[in-house]
Design a protein around this ligand. Structure first.
Ligand code: FAD
Length: 228
């Protein structure tokens, strides 16, 4: 149990039932699966989100609740291993994710204590100051805004990098809103249901009921068999 789970509304969903037909199945009810299901339903797809345990319980339940486009000293490492173009793709992916969350909560007026805040990556031990300096050089090479600082917010001491305009939110409140939106009107969240296998299958292998549907949809070649 974490603070996030303890202090927000507890949600509960049933296990998978028979006779469900949807456009898309999403496996896993962490922030990635819930966000995917939410956006697909917004685009009028019927979705089923399937979670082996309870949603927002795995890694997502233990986050530090920051929404940032960096974490640790990552850009220097990506730049040296994969080059500038790849590092910029990584940056853009993070920025897109950041903006997606911001747009979702603004458009839906979600009360999840979202607020802007700076992110500090810092070292207290002088031995590591050089790593901070190198990361800042990599960020500068990539054109990513950041500032070297030695006046960290109290009670922290050391030398670090400050990224302005990052954010934090209350993950469980945010994800509760998305989950309530997903479940209903032909879309579902199922908990305590483990997906065991996903395989491509030929249309001829589909059971009679699904094959009947496929007769009306010749373009649907991408059938997947999900074993639960
Ligand atoms: C200590 C810590 C702090 C972090 N802090 C932050 C932070 O502040 N900000 C940030 O952006 N990131 C943070 N991260 C990283 C972040 O938590 C993860 O990137 C993100 O929460 C992962 O979400 P997810 O949906 O991919 O995975 P998960 O939350 O792990 O969700 C995956 C879900 O899939 C389910 N599942 C798996 N297999 C099956 C199956 N066969 N059938 C059905 N369901 C299945 C699991 O039960 C689980 O619920 C942190 C990570 C850690 C460990």
């Amino acid at each position: 149990m974490t603070f996030w789970l303890d202090s927000a509304e507890r949600t509960e969903f049933l296990s998978l039932k028979d006779g469900i037909e949807v456009d898309v199945i999403i496996i896993g009810g962490g922030i990635a699966g819930i966000s995917t299901a939410f956006m697909l339903k917004q685009q009028r797809y019927k979705v089923a989100l399937i979670e082996v345990n309870c949603i927002v319980r795995d890694i997502t339940s233990g986050t530090t609740a920051k929404i940032t486009f960096t974490s640790s000293l990552i850009y220097g490492s990506i730049l040296s291993k994969f080059g500038k173009s790849f590092a910029l793709k990584f940056y853009k992916a993070n920025l897109d994710a950041f903006n997606t969350i911001k747009n979702i909560l603004e458009e839906n007026n979600i009360d999840c204590e979202y607020r802007n805040s700076p992110l500090y990556l810092y070292a207290s031990n002088e031995r590591y100051f050089v790593l901070i300096q190198k990361e800042h050089e990599s960020l500068t090479e990539l054109g990513i805004d950041s500032e070297l600082v030695d006046d960290l917010p109290s009670p922290h001491n050391g030398f670090g990098i400050c990224h302005e305009n990052q954010a934090e939110l209350y993950p469980k409140k945010y994800l509760n809103f998305l989950s309530h939106y997903i479940d209903g009107d032909g879309s579902f969240i199922f908990e305590k249901t483990r997906v065991l296998n996903v395989e491509d299958i030929d249309e001829t292998d589909l059971n009679n009921n699904i094959a009947e549907n496929n007769k009306n949809n010749k373009n649907n070649k991408n059938n997947k068999k999900i074993t639960l």
